[in-house]
Design a protein around this ligand. Structure first.
Ligand SMILES: Cc1cc2nc3c(=O)[nH]c(=O)nc-3n(C[C@H](O)[C@H](O)[C@H](O)COP(=O)(O)OP(=O)(O)OC[C@H]3O[C@@H](n4cnc5c(N)ncnc54)[C@H](O)[C@@H]3O)c2cc1C
Length: 409
Protein backbone atom coordinates (compact mmCIF):
# COMPACT_ATOMS: atom_id res chain seq x y z
CA UNK A 1 0.00 0.00 0.00
CA UNK A 2 1.32 3.47 -0.87
CA UNK A 3 1.30 5.70 2.17
CA UNK A 4 0.83 9.48 2.13
CA UNK A 5 3.81 10.04 4.44
CA UNK A 6 6.47 8.31 6.50
CA UNK A 7 5.57 10.29 9.62
CA UNK A 8 2.26 11.93 10.44
CA UNK A 9 2.22 14.63 13.12
CA UNK A 10 -1.06 15.73 14.73
CA UNK A 11 -0.86 19.19 16.33
CA UNK A 12 0.83 22.38 15.21
CA UNK A 13 1.75 23.79 18.61
CA UNK A 14 5.41 24.15 19.53
CA UNK A 15 5.90 20.43 20.22
CA UNK A 16 4.27 19.20 17.00
CA UNK A 17 6.20 21.73 14.90
CA UNK A 18 9.51 20.83 16.53
CA UNK A 19 8.76 17.09 16.14
CA UNK A 20 7.88 17.53 12.46
CA UNK A 21 11.01 19.54 11.76
CA UNK A 22 13.32 17.03 13.49
CA UNK A 23 11.64 14.10 11.70
CA UNK A 24 11.98 15.83 8.33
CA UNK A 25 15.71 16.48 8.82
CA UNK A 26 16.39 12.81 8.20
CA UNK A 27 14.86 13.06 4.73
CA UNK A 28 11.58 11.40 5.72
CA UNK A 29 8.31 12.53 4.20
CA UNK A 30 6.40 14.29 6.99
CA UNK A 31 2.80 15.55 7.07
CA UNK A 32 1.50 17.76 9.90
CA UNK A 33 -2.24 18.14 10.53
CA UNK A 34 -3.48 21.08 12.62
CA UNK A 35 -7.16 21.72 13.34
CA UNK A 36 -6.68 25.52 13.40
CA UNK A 37 -3.34 26.85 12.11
CA UNK A 38 0.24 26.37 13.33
CA UNK A 39 0.92 28.39 16.47
CA UNK A 40 -2.80 29.09 17.04
CA UNK A 41 -3.87 31.00 20.17
CA UNK A 42 -6.39 28.18 20.89
CA UNK A 43 -3.70 25.90 22.28
CA UNK A 44 -1.13 26.01 25.07
CA UNK A 45 1.57 27.63 22.92
CA UNK A 46 -0.40 30.91 22.90
CA UNK A 47 1.01 34.26 24.00
CA UNK A 48 4.52 35.67 23.93
CA UNK A 49 6.64 34.51 26.86
CA UNK A 50 7.55 31.31 28.65
CA UNK A 51 10.14 30.67 31.33
CA UNK A 52 13.11 28.62 30.31
CA UNK A 53 13.93 27.63 33.85
CA UNK A 54 16.17 24.99 35.29
CA UNK A 55 15.33 24.91 39.02
CA UNK A 56 13.54 21.61 39.43
CA UNK A 57 13.12 19.26 42.37
CA UNK A 58 13.97 16.43 39.98
CA UNK A 59 17.54 16.44 38.62
CA UNK A 60 16.46 14.68 35.42
CA UNK A 61 14.07 17.54 34.57
CA UNK A 62 16.82 20.12 35.18
CA UNK A 63 19.12 18.14 32.92
CA UNK A 64 16.43 17.99 30.23
CA UNK A 65 15.98 21.73 30.52
CA UNK A 66 19.70 22.32 29.95
CA UNK A 67 19.71 19.85 27.02
CA UNK A 68 16.73 21.67 25.50
CA UNK A 69 18.50 25.00 26.05
CA UNK A 70 21.47 23.72 24.04
CA UNK A 71 19.11 22.68 21.24
CA UNK A 72 17.38 26.09 21.29
CA UNK A 73 20.83 27.66 20.85
CA UNK A 74 21.59 25.27 17.97
CA UNK A 75 18.35 26.32 16.27
CA UNK A 76 19.23 29.99 16.83
CA UNK A 77 22.65 29.46 15.25
CA UNK A 78 21.14 27.55 12.32
CA UNK A 79 18.43 30.09 11.52
CA UNK A 80 19.74 33.40 12.87
CA UNK A 81 16.70 33.76 15.14
CA UNK A 82 16.76 34.79 18.82
CA UNK A 83 14.57 32.57 21.01
CA UNK A 84 16.11 32.51 24.50
CA UNK A 85 16.70 35.90 26.13
CA UNK A 86 18.98 35.31 29.10
CA UNK A 87 17.42 36.45 32.37
CA UNK A 88 17.86 35.26 35.93
CA UNK A 89 15.08 33.55 37.87
CA UNK A 90 14.27 34.36 41.50
CA UNK A 91 12.26 31.72 43.35
CA UNK A 92 11.27 33.07 46.74
CA UNK A 93 8.77 32.60 49.54
CA UNK A 94 8.13 29.81 52.02
CA UNK A 95 8.77 26.09 51.90
CA UNK A 96 5.56 24.38 50.75
CA UNK A 97 4.25 20.96 49.84
CA UNK A 98 4.77 19.96 46.22
CA UNK A 99 3.16 22.56 43.93
CA UNK A 100 2.70 22.79 40.14
CA UNK A 101 6.07 24.60 40.20
CA UNK A 102 7.79 22.07 42.48
CA UNK A 103 9.00 23.40 45.83
CA UNK A 104 11.18 26.33 46.86
CA UNK A 105 14.10 24.58 48.51
CA UNK A 106 14.41 21.10 46.95
CA UNK A 107 16.02 22.43 43.72
CA UNK A 108 19.08 23.44 45.78
CA UNK A 109 20.13 19.77 45.91
CA UNK A 110 19.64 19.55 42.16
CA UNK A 111 21.70 22.69 41.50
CA UNK A 112 24.48 21.39 43.75
CA UNK A 113 24.41 18.02 41.99
CA UNK A 114 24.67 19.67 38.57
CA UNK A 115 27.24 22.24 39.72
CA UNK A 116 25.08 25.17 38.58
CA UNK A 117 25.42 28.68 40.02
CA UNK A 118 22.86 30.15 42.44
CA UNK A 119 22.63 32.65 45.26
CA UNK A 120 20.56 32.46 48.47
CA UNK A 121 18.87 35.69 49.60
CA UNK A 122 17.01 36.62 52.77
CA UNK A 123 13.84 38.69 52.81
CA UNK A 124 15.70 41.98 53.34
CA UNK A 125 17.99 41.39 50.39
CA UNK A 126 15.08 40.40 48.14
CA UNK A 127 13.26 43.63 49.04
CA UNK A 128 16.45 45.71 48.63
CA UNK A 129 17.22 44.43 45.14
CA UNK A 130 13.83 43.79 43.62
CA UNK A 131 10.37 45.44 43.43
CA UNK A 132 8.82 43.60 46.40
CA UNK A 133 7.69 44.78 49.82
CA UNK A 134 5.84 43.51 52.91
CA UNK A 135 7.37 40.06 52.55
CA UNK A 136 7.10 37.90 55.71
CA UNK A 137 10.36 37.68 57.70
CA UNK A 138 10.77 33.95 57.10
CA UNK A 139 10.84 34.36 53.30
CA UNK A 140 14.00 33.28 51.51
CA UNK A 141 15.01 33.40 47.86
CA UNK A 142 17.13 31.39 45.43
CA UNK A 143 18.44 33.38 42.51
CA UNK A 144 19.70 31.51 39.47
CA UNK A 145 21.43 33.72 36.89
CA UNK A 146 21.51 31.47 33.82
CA UNK A 147 17.80 31.09 32.95
CA UNK A 148 15.94 32.84 30.11
CA UNK A 149 12.70 34.29 28.81
CA UNK A 150 11.60 32.27 25.79
CA UNK A 151 10.20 34.28 22.89
CA UNK A 152 7.21 32.08 22.00
CA UNK A 153 6.60 33.65 18.59
CA UNK A 154 10.27 33.30 17.64
CA UNK A 155 10.31 29.63 18.68
CA UNK A 156 7.20 28.87 16.61
CA UNK A 157 8.46 30.86 13.61
CA UNK A 158 11.82 29.08 13.77
CA UNK A 159 10.25 25.61 13.87
CA UNK A 160 7.88 26.57 11.05
CA UNK A 161 10.72 27.87 8.87
CA UNK A 162 12.63 24.61 9.38
CA UNK A 163 9.50 22.60 8.52
CA UNK A 164 9.20 24.59 5.29
CA UNK A 165 12.90 24.16 4.51
CA UNK A 166 12.62 20.39 4.91
CA UNK A 167 9.37 20.13 2.91
CA UNK A 168 6.98 19.18 5.73
CA UNK A 169 3.45 19.18 4.28
CA UNK A 170 1.41 21.31 6.70
CA UNK A 171 -2.40 21.22 6.55
CA UNK A 172 -4.31 23.87 8.53
CA UNK A 173 -8.00 23.39 9.34
CA UNK A 174 -7.39 19.62 9.39
CA UNK A 175 -9.09 18.14 12.44
CA UNK A 176 -8.32 14.50 13.16
CA UNK A 177 -11.20 12.69 14.84
CA UNK A 178 -9.68 9.21 15.09
CA UNK A 179 -6.43 7.36 14.54
CA UNK A 180 -6.55 3.76 13.32
CA UNK A 181 -3.41 1.75 13.91
CA UNK A 182 -2.26 -1.62 12.57
CA UNK A 183 1.06 -3.40 12.12
CA UNK A 184 1.83 -1.74 8.76
CA UNK A 185 0.58 1.81 9.10
CA UNK A 186 -1.54 4.41 10.88
CA UNK A 187 -4.53 6.20 9.38
CA UNK A 188 -5.76 9.61 10.52
CA UNK A 189 -9.49 10.09 9.91
CA UNK A 190 -10.41 13.77 9.48
CA UNK A 191 -13.74 15.37 10.31
CA UNK A 192 -14.33 16.10 6.59
CA UNK A 193 -14.16 12.40 5.74
CA UNK A 194 -10.61 12.50 4.33
CA UNK A 195 -7.88 10.08 5.45
CA UNK A 196 -4.12 10.46 5.73
CA UNK A 197 -1.93 7.36 6.00
CA UNK A 198 1.63 7.10 7.30
CA UNK A 199 4.04 4.54 8.64
CA UNK A 200 4.09 6.13 12.12
CA UNK A 201 2.27 8.93 13.96
CA UNK A 202 3.35 11.53 16.49
CA UNK A 203 0.43 12.95 18.46
CA UNK A 204 1.14 16.36 20.00
CA UNK A 205 -2.45 17.53 20.60
CA UNK A 206 -1.91 19.30 23.94
CA UNK A 207 -5.12 19.68 25.95
CA UNK A 208 -7.13 18.03 23.17
CA UNK A 209 -5.38 14.68 23.71
CA UNK A 210 -8.40 12.82 25.08
CA UNK A 211 -10.54 13.83 22.11
CA UNK A 212 -8.19 11.56 20.14
CA UNK A 213 -7.22 8.95 22.74
CA UNK A 214 -10.72 7.81 23.74
CA UNK A 215 -12.17 7.18 20.25
CA UNK A 216 -8.90 5.82 18.87
CA UNK A 217 -7.45 3.69 21.65
CA UNK A 218 -10.18 3.39 24.29
CA UNK A 219 -8.43 5.15 27.18
CA UNK A 220 -8.17 8.67 28.57
CA UNK A 221 -5.25 10.51 30.07
CA UNK A 222 -5.62 12.05 33.50
CA UNK A 223 -5.51 15.70 32.41
CA UNK A 224 -6.51 18.77 34.40
CA UNK A 225 -6.77 22.02 32.47
CA UNK A 226 -7.54 25.66 32.88
CA UNK A 227 -7.18 28.98 31.11
CA UNK A 228 -4.31 30.55 33.00
CA UNK A 229 -4.67 34.31 32.93
CA UNK A 230 -2.06 36.98 33.46
CA UNK A 231 -2.04 40.77 33.29
CA UNK A 232 0.34 43.51 32.22
CA UNK A 233 1.41 46.22 34.68
CA UNK A 234 3.52 49.30 34.01
CA UNK A 235 6.75 49.42 35.98
CA UNK A 236 7.13 53.01 37.25
CA UNK A 237 9.90 52.71 39.87
CA UNK A 238 13.69 52.78 39.73
CA UNK A 239 14.01 49.02 39.50
CA UNK A 240 13.28 48.35 35.82
CA UNK A 241 15.61 45.42 35.39
CA UNK A 242 14.81 42.45 37.60
CA UNK A 243 14.67 38.68 37.15
CA UNK A 244 11.74 36.49 36.29
CA UNK A 245 10.27 35.36 39.58
CA UNK A 246 8.00 32.82 41.24
CA UNK A 247 6.59 33.27 44.74
CA UNK A 248 6.02 30.03 46.64
CA UNK A 249 3.38 29.96 49.38
CA UNK A 250 0.93 27.52 50.85
CA UNK A 251 -2.51 27.58 49.22
CA UNK A 252 -4.78 30.16 50.82
CA UNK A 253 -8.50 30.95 50.63
CA UNK A 254 -9.04 28.26 48.00
CA UNK A 255 -6.35 29.32 45.51
CA UNK A 256 -2.77 28.23 44.94
CA UNK A 257 -1.04 31.41 46.17
CA UNK A 258 1.70 30.75 43.61
CA UNK A 259 2.47 33.97 41.75
CA UNK A 260 4.92 34.52 38.91
CA UNK A 261 6.12 37.42 36.82
CA UNK A 262 8.28 38.52 33.93
CA UNK A 263 10.22 41.78 33.94
CA UNK A 264 9.67 44.17 31.03
CA UNK A 265 11.46 42.90 27.93
CA UNK A 266 11.61 43.81 24.27
CA UNK A 267 8.79 41.54 23.07
CA UNK A 268 5.20 40.87 24.22
CA UNK A 269 4.05 44.28 25.57
CA UNK A 270 7.49 45.93 25.90
CA UNK A 271 7.75 48.18 28.98
CA UNK A 272 5.24 46.17 31.00
CA UNK A 273 5.66 43.49 33.60
CA UNK A 274 3.55 40.37 33.00
CA UNK A 275 2.18 38.84 36.17
CA UNK A 276 -0.09 35.91 36.93
CA UNK A 277 -1.15 33.24 39.38
CA UNK A 278 -0.55 29.54 38.71
CA UNK A 279 -4.19 28.63 39.24
CA UNK A 280 -7.66 29.33 37.84
CA UNK A 281 -11.10 29.39 39.38
CA UNK A 282 -12.51 27.37 36.47
CA UNK A 283 -10.71 24.05 36.02
CA UNK A 284 -11.90 21.17 33.88
CA UNK A 285 -10.97 17.78 32.47
CA UNK A 286 -12.63 18.16 29.06
CA UNK A 287 -11.51 20.95 26.75
CA UNK A 288 -15.12 21.52 25.62
CA UNK A 289 -15.80 23.02 29.09
CA UNK A 290 -13.47 25.92 28.36
CA UNK A 291 -14.82 29.47 28.86
CA UNK A 292 -11.85 31.44 27.39
CA UNK A 293 -12.25 34.84 29.10
CA UNK A 294 -10.19 35.23 32.28
CA UNK A 295 -12.66 35.15 35.21
CA UNK A 296 -12.62 38.43 37.15
CA UNK A 297 -11.64 36.72 40.37
CA UNK A 298 -8.45 35.30 38.82
CA UNK A 299 -7.31 38.78 37.80
CA UNK A 300 -8.41 40.24 41.15
CA UNK A 301 -6.14 37.84 43.05
CA UNK A 302 -3.20 39.03 40.97
CA UNK A 303 -4.15 42.67 41.46
CA UNK A 304 -4.29 42.14 45.24
CA UNK A 305 -0.79 40.65 45.08
CA UNK A 306 0.51 43.71 43.21
CA UNK A 307 -1.09 46.08 45.73
CA UNK A 308 0.16 44.22 48.79
CA UNK A 309 3.54 42.89 47.78
CA UNK A 310 5.02 45.01 44.98
CA UNK A 311 6.55 48.46 44.75
CA UNK A 312 7.37 50.63 41.73
CA UNK A 313 4.53 49.04 39.75
CA UNK A 314 1.15 50.57 38.78
CA UNK A 315 -1.66 48.93 40.72
CA UNK A 316 -4.05 48.71 37.75
CA UNK A 317 -3.25 46.46 34.79
CA UNK A 318 -3.36 47.77 31.21
CA UNK A 319 -4.20 44.46 29.56
CA UNK A 320 -4.81 40.80 30.31
CA UNK A 321 -4.26 37.57 28.45
CA UNK A 322 -4.86 33.83 28.88
CA UNK A 323 -3.65 30.51 27.55
CA UNK A 324 -4.78 26.92 27.98
CA UNK A 325 -2.69 25.09 30.61
CA UNK A 326 -2.87 21.30 30.79
CA UNK A 327 -1.41 19.47 33.76
CA UNK A 328 -0.96 15.87 34.86
CA UNK A 329 -1.40 14.91 38.54
CA UNK A 330 2.38 14.91 39.11
CA UNK A 331 2.83 18.14 37.08
CA UNK A 332 5.13 16.25 34.71
CA UNK A 333 4.84 15.58 30.98
CA UNK A 334 4.11 12.55 28.82
CA UNK A 335 6.43 11.61 25.97
CA UNK A 336 6.14 7.95 25.08
CA UNK A 337 4.68 5.40 22.69
CA UNK A 338 1.13 4.20 23.44
CA UNK A 339 0.69 1.93 26.48
CA UNK A 340 1.75 -1.67 25.87
CA UNK A 341 -1.88 -2.81 26.26
CA UNK A 342 -2.67 -1.19 22.86
CA UNK A 343 -1.91 -3.38 19.82
CA UNK A 344 1.04 -2.14 17.72
CA UNK A 345 1.61 0.54 20.34
CA UNK A 346 5.05 1.52 19.03
CA UNK A 347 3.55 3.01 15.86
CA UNK A 348 2.14 5.97 17.78
CA UNK A 349 4.12 8.46 19.87
CA UNK A 350 2.26 10.74 22.30
CA UNK A 351 3.50 13.98 23.84
CA UNK A 352 1.32 16.17 26.06
CA UNK A 353 1.00 17.91 29.40
CA UNK A 354 3.04 19.97 31.81
CA UNK A 355 5.19 23.06 31.50
CA UNK A 356 6.87 21.88 28.34
CA UNK A 357 7.74 24.96 26.30
CA UNK A 358 11.24 24.96 27.74
CA UNK A 359 11.69 21.35 26.59
CA UNK A 360 10.19 21.86 23.10
CA UNK A 361 13.22 21.20 20.87
CA UNK A 362 14.30 18.26 23.02
CA UNK A 363 10.79 16.79 23.11
CA UNK A 364 10.43 17.35 19.35
CA UNK A 365 13.72 15.57 18.74
CA UNK A 366 12.78 12.70 21.08
CA UNK A 367 9.36 12.29 19.42
CA UNK A 368 11.10 12.06 16.04
CA UNK A 369 13.69 9.60 17.38
CA UNK A 370 10.96 7.37 18.86
CA UNK A 371 8.93 7.42 15.65
CA UNK A 372 11.99 6.78 13.47
CA UNK A 373 13.26 4.09 15.88
CA UNK A 374 16.55 5.95 16.32
CA UNK A 375 18.58 5.86 19.51
CA UNK A 376 17.18 8.36 22.03
CA UNK A 377 19.39 11.31 22.97
CA UNK A 378 18.31 11.05 26.62
CA UNK A 379 16.42 8.73 28.92
CA UNK A 380 12.63 9.29 28.98
CA UNK A 381 11.53 6.99 31.81
CA UNK A 382 10.28 9.94 33.86
CA UNK A 383 7.95 10.88 30.96
CA UNK A 384 6.37 7.41 30.70
CA UNK A 385 2.68 7.23 29.80
CA UNK A 386 2.38 4.19 32.07
CA UNK A 387 3.69 5.78 35.27
CA UNK A 388 1.04 5.62 38.01
CA UNK A 389 -1.86 8.04 37.73
CA UNK A 390 -1.43 8.93 34.06
CA UNK A 391 -4.43 7.04 32.73
CA UNK A 392 -8.05 7.57 33.95
CA UNK A 393 -9.98 10.66 34.84
CA UNK A 394 -10.17 12.67 38.05
CA UNK A 395 -12.52 15.40 39.21
CA UNK A 396 -11.22 18.75 40.39
CA UNK A 397 -12.67 20.37 43.43
CA UNK A 398 -12.00 24.08 43.68
CA UNK A 399 -13.27 25.84 46.80
CA UNK A 400 -13.98 29.31 45.49
CA UNK A 401 -16.28 30.39 48.29
CA UNK A 402 -13.34 30.76 50.66
CA UNK A 403 -11.69 33.37 48.51
CA UNK A 404 -14.92 35.27 48.03
CA UNK A 405 -15.47 35.34 51.80
CA UNK A 406 -11.97 36.62 52.44
CA UNK A 407 -12.40 39.37 49.84
CA UNK A 408 -15.72 40.45 51.37
CA UNK A 409 -14.36 40.79 54.90
C1 LIG B 1 -0.24 30.46 30.69
C2 LIG B 1 0.79 29.39 30.47
C3 LIG B 1 2.07 29.59 30.95
C4 LIG B 1 3.05 28.62 30.73
N1 LIG B 1 4.31 28.86 31.17
C5 LIG B 1 5.29 27.99 30.85
C6 LIG B 1 6.63 28.31 31.18
O1 LIG B 1 6.91 29.35 31.76
N2 LIG B 1 7.59 27.42 30.82
C7 LIG B 1 7.31 26.27 30.14
O2 LIG B 1 8.23 25.51 29.83
N3 LIG B 1 6.04 25.95 29.80
C8 LIG B 1 5.03 26.79 30.13
N4 LIG B 1 3.74 26.51 29.77
C9 LIG B 1 3.44 25.24 29.08
C10 LIG B 1 3.73 25.32 27.59
O3 LIG B 1 3.21 26.50 27.05
C11 LIG B 1 3.10 24.10 26.93
O4 LIG B 1 3.63 22.93 27.56
C12 LIG B 1 3.41 24.02 25.44
O5 LIG B 1 3.03 25.20 24.79
C13 LIG B 1 2.64 22.82 24.86
O6 LIG B 1 2.79 22.81 23.46
P1 LIG B 1 2.03 21.69 22.62
O7 LIG B 1 2.49 21.81 21.24
O8 LIG B 1 2.17 20.38 23.31
O9 LIG B 1 0.49 22.03 22.79
P2 LIG B 1 -0.39 23.12 22.02
O10 LIG B 1 0.34 24.37 21.85
O11 LIG B 1 -1.70 23.16 22.72
O12 LIG B 1 -0.57 22.48 20.59
C14 LIG B 1 -1.45 21.42 20.35
C15 LIG B 1 -2.02 21.65 18.97
O13 LIG B 1 -2.68 20.48 18.54
C16 LIG B 1 -3.83 20.87 17.82
N5 LIG B 1 -4.75 19.73 17.85
C17 LIG B 1 -5.24 19.14 18.95
N6 LIG B 1 -6.04 18.11 18.62
C18 LIG B 1 -6.05 18.07 17.28
C19 LIG B 1 -6.72 17.23 16.36
N7 LIG B 1 -7.52 16.25 16.77
N8 LIG B 1 -6.52 17.44 15.04
C20 LIG B 1 -5.68 18.42 14.61
N9 LIG B 1 -5.05 19.27 15.45
C21 LIG B 1 -5.23 19.09 16.78
C22 LIG B 1 -4.33 22.07 18.59
O14 LIG B 1 -5.19 22.89 17.82
C23 LIG B 1 -3.04 22.77 18.96
O15 LIG B 1 -2.65 23.73 18.01
C24 LIG B 1 2.73 27.44 30.02
C25 LIG B 1 1.43 27.22 29.56
C26 LIG B 1 0.47 28.19 29.79
C27 LIG B 1 -0.90 27.96 29.27
Amino acid sequence: MRLDADILVVGGGVIGLMAASYAARSGKKVTLLEQHFPGTQEGSSAGHKRMWRTMYNEAELSKMSYLAGDLYHELEAETGSKILHRKGLLNFGAQTDYTPEGTLLAPIDTLNELGKPYELLDKKEIERRYPFRNLPDHYVGIFQPDNAITDVKAAIATALSLCRRDAVAIASGARVIRIANNREHVTAHLDNGEKVTARKAILAPGAYANELMSPSFGFSLNLNMWDMSSAFYRVNGNVQDFPMWVQFERPENGYSNLFYGYPPCEFGQPGFMQLGVVWASHQFTDVSQRVYAPPRIDLQIVRDFVRNRMKGVDTAPVDATRALAVLLPDNGCILDVLPSSVADNRNVVVCTGGWAFKFAPLFGKLCAQLALEHELCTDIKSLSIERPGRIAAASIDVDLTKYQMAAAE
